[in-house]
Design a protein around this ligand. Structure first.
Ligand code: SAH
Length: 348
């Protein structure tokens, strides 16, 4: 995607390989130069044109005049004492901050990345939305959360979840571009089967995403078994009701063949009763899906609570009824790196 900065320089890390090739050709360069530059950026991951030593000094100078290379600065790095989870607070080139979390699973290392600076969605149990919305992240800024974490941690990241700060489907074009950079053969070459995108339910964009047939897993932050409860905790539900959301999910499954994952943050006294389990069953029966129960994580602005035991009980009830449910493992809670605990503020 062609994005220019204030000085009119093109954000080179947001360009797909064909786009870079086209721009290099327009500059009068041979195609193989694009391949060399792409490799410097996405494989060797240098942060300056001066380091691209197989290019002439003259070409390096020219590139520097036309393109900029976005980089992220690690302001803070927290390592969990209970598991291997790492949380990064990154400063973007304009001074804004976002967070990303690196998690080790049996099958490999996965990163949870942010897609926006802040969030507009207003879910009332989530820290990411409390300080409001600043701006969308660029494709390069999403990619650099991964490259920077890999470099710093020395871990090879094999999967990504778009479950950090922000609503990915509210930054649709940049997210789709980022996914193509991430899975590009000449770049990170990550299979989108190892990628999950989570949404609070921006219905029209779910239909759009289905048409792309990207092979990624769609996670839906459902969190309620009826519209009354969902209205009270998730403002997006005023716009798109549960039945509209589920119709979009059905379409997503029919178009892509990919099973949907529903997230359900269990909150004591809000959505944890027997009738909620039954309603959830009625909503989801017959759906090829998986329900992930998350005991709601603490954020300092709210009194919501839950624990693993009640999550386990709720899960068992759903399984008895016939749904496919699990309790999500909580990683990084001691460093505020768990679901809904990420925020854009710079807190010392
Ligand atoms: N905006 C997207 C991406 C964020 S993903 C979305 O809503 O899906 C972060 C996940 O954590 C979402 O499922 C979100 O609803 C959930 N979450 C937010 N706050 C939480 C909390 N306090 N405890 C548990 N899960 C929470």
């Amino acid at each position: 995607m062609i994005i220019k900065d204030e000085q009119g320089k093109t954000d080179i890390l947001s360009l797909t390989y064909p786009e870079l090739e086209e721009m290099m050709t327009a500059l009068g360069e041979k195609k193989f130069r694009a391949s060399q530059v792409y490799e410097w950026l996405h494989v060797k991951r240098v942060d300056g044109f001066d380091k691209m030593t197989n290019l002439s000094a003259q070409l390096r100078g020219r590139l520097d005049g036309v393109f900029c290379i976005k980089s992220l600065f690690i302001v803070k790095r927290l390592e969990s004492r209970t598991d291997n989870t790492l949380k990064y607070l990154y400063r973007l080139s304009d001074g804004n901050h976002v967070e990303a979390v690196v998690m080790d699973y049996n099958h490999g290392t996965t990163i949870c990345i942010s897609t926006q600076v802040g969030c507009k969605m207003g879910c009332n149990f989530c820290a990411s939305t409390i300080a409001g919305f600043r701006r969308n992240l660029l494709p390069s800024e999403m990619l650099m959360q991964i490259y920077t974490a890999e470099r710093d941690s020395g871990r090879k990241i094999s999967g990504a979840v778009l479950m950090g700060i922000g609503e990915p489907l509210d930054n649709y074009d940049n997210v789709v571009c980022f996914l193509s950079l991430l899975s590009g053969e000449k770049g990170m070459n990550m299979s989108l089967r190892h990628v999950s995108l989570s949404t609070c339910g921006v219905v029209p964009r779910i239909y759009d995403l289905a048409k792309l047939k990207l092979g990624l897993t769609l996670s839906i932050s459902l969190h309620a078994s009826n519209d009354k409860i969902r209205d009270s905790i998730m403002p997006v539900n005023h716009r798109y009701k549960i039945n509209e959301l589920l119709a979009a999910c059905k379409d997503y499954f029919q178009t892509t063949g990919r099973r949907i994952s529903f997230e359900y943050a269990l909150i004591d006294g809000v959505n944890d009763k027997e009738e909620n389990a039954r309603e959830l069953y009625e909503l989801l029966k017959g759906f090829v899906c998986h329900v992930n129960i998350i005991p709601v994580n603490k954020i300092k602005e709210r009194n919501y609570t839950s624990d693993r035991k009640s999550a386990q009980r709720f899960k068992e009830r759903l399984c008895e009824l016939g749904l496919n449910a699990t309790v999500r493992r909580t990683l990084g809670a001691d460093i505020n790196a768990a679901c809904g605990q990420l925020r854009r503020e710079y807190e010392i």
